[in-house]
Design a protein around this ligand. Structure first.
Ligand code: EPZ
Length: 423
């Protein structure tokens, strides 16, 4: 297995470019299943384990894929199977994204139930509710979702989500674009990942009104077309790199971003005392003498993202005062806290809120990654901890951060990847 070995205390400085968004890549790759008319060319796709896993899932269905220099080519001409097996789905919950497009194009899909998640329950009831509203019959049997369409074709409907869900909105959109008639979605997720999926589907020939808002209207089409598309930047990777700079008292510029998408996060950096300068495509962060304790509450976009919560907690261990970090999306997403405390942080958990007492001197030791963003928070802590921090099980990090140690090294971090035997 791989571990990251970090010798803390180096101030980060310089420029770095954001990679393509993982959480946008996954739904747009799934959307290629909607047509068999030719080949899609998707640029700026990050070279990540999750993209490989999703490509394997598509290959299992009969889809041809090839990946080179961050460009993914996909052709869904010869889909031979409509079944997403447990072995692949258990590796990545986002596999559920094949449900909507397979059902809409072929009238049938069998997708293994995803099972547990490292940070608490993550139900898929809203995905299933949306498919049923569009006329699908759903049966759960032998660990699989079996979805079919008794009427032969999905038909437009009104879908009102009781909870804002990125995945369920994505699935509903991908099903509705091939349904007969008009579908309306209320309380749709307005995350940039869904906004980009809408733009992708529109480029394929779909009609969608309300892109980027919580009210969407989709007019179904008979068929859609393959396209060439440039993926957007990864807003969570960009936020993580800015936090890495801030925790070390550094100054960095992240290029290749749309600052508007980072608004809630940048606002919190300013509250914490950082100076933020933006251009149309970059963000520059300058650290203050002393970071200030800053509360955040993770909620759906445009609020502070849950995917930055763990990194913010790591940052606040170095801030003057007590900060409260509340997660209203995943109430149990706090696996990083015991590990941060092992590095010397003083963090308590009260229900879905972490209370961080800062600043605390951290000292390096071995820590264990438990999920993607938890791992990122441990890397941030390692950058400021005295001595050497070893972040074990970095395969979690590799699911979502492209060349993270190369990027951090280029900014001046002392970080290397080494092999180890866990037992
Ligand atoms: C996406 O997950 C992201 N994953 C997650 O990022 C992110 O944390 C999450 O959105 C929230 O922003 C991908 O895009 C691949 P949700 P998703 O459905 O779509 C509840 C990362 O670190 N819910 O928006 O699965 C759910 O429990 C990952 O990159 C239901 O109740 O999240 C949660 O409380 C981790 N029933 C809330 O909705 C459902 O059927 C939002 O979850 C679906 C969701």
């Amino acid at each position: 297995m791989d571990k990251l070995v970090i010798r803390g205390g180096r101030r980060l400085s310089g420029c770095v470019t954001a990679s393509g968004s993982k959480n946008t890549s996954l739904p747009i790759i799934a959307a290629t299943l909607l047509t068999g008319k030719g080949t899609f060319t998707l640029h700026h796709i990050p070279d990540l384990q999750d993209i490989k896993t999703f490509s394997q899932l598509l290959n299992h269905l009969g889809v041809e894929t090839s990946f080179a220099d961050n460009t993914l080519k996909v052709s869904s001409r010869n889909v031979e199977s409509l079944m997403a097996p447990y072995e692949l789905v258990k590796k990545m919950r986002a596999s559920i994204y094949v449900l909507g497009p397979l059902l809409a194009r072929f009238g049938h899909a069998r997708v293994s139930l995803p099972g547990g998640c490292a940070f608490g329950p993550r139900p898929i009831d809203l995905h299933l509710m949306a498919m049923e509203k569009l006329g699908a019959r759903i049966a759960i049997e032998t660990g699989f979702i079996d979805a079919s369409i008794p009427d032969g074709k999905l038909r437009g409907a009104h879908i009102d989500f009781p909870v804002s869900s990125v995945g369920a909105t994505g699935n509903a959109l991908m099903a509705a674009v091939l349904a007969t008639g008009t579908t309306t979605i209320s309380n749709a997720a307005a995350e940039p990942e869904i906004e980009t999926l809408c733009k992708f589907l529109i480029a394929m020939g779909a009609t969608i009104h309300g892109t980027g808002t919580t009210e969407l209207e989709i007019v179904g089409k008979e068929s859609l077309n393959p396209i060439e598309f440039h993926n957007v930047f990864d807003r969570i990777e960009a936020g993580t790199l800015l936090a890495a700079a801030a925790i070390t008292g550094g100054d960095i510029t992240v290029n290749g971003v749309e600052p508007q998408q980072l608004k809630a996060v940048l606002k919190k950096f300013v509250h914490a005392g950082c100076t933020i300068d933006t251009t149309e495509t970059s963000v520059t962060l300058k650290s203050p003498e002393k970071l200030l304790a800053t509360d955040v509450t993770a909620k759906p976009y445009p609020s502070f993202p849950t995917d930055m919560q763990a990194q913010w907690i790591a940052l606040m261990t170095q801030a003057e005062g007590t900060s409260h970090i509340t997660d209203k999306i995943y109430h149990e997403r706090f696996n990083h806290i015991p590990e941060l405390n092992r590095l010397g942080a003083r963090i308590e958990i009260h229900k879905n809120q972490a209370v961080v007492h800062g600043p605390q001197k951290l000292s390096g030791t071995k820590v264990m990654s438990t999920d993607l963003r938890a791992s990122a928070s441990l890397v941030l802590a390692g950058l400021i901890a005295e001595g050497t921090t070893e972040v074990l099980r970095v395969y979690h990090l590799d699911r979502g951060y492209e060349k993270i140690e190369t990027k951090l090294k280029s900014l001046g971090a002392d970080i290397s990847r080494e092999k180890y035997n866990e037992f």
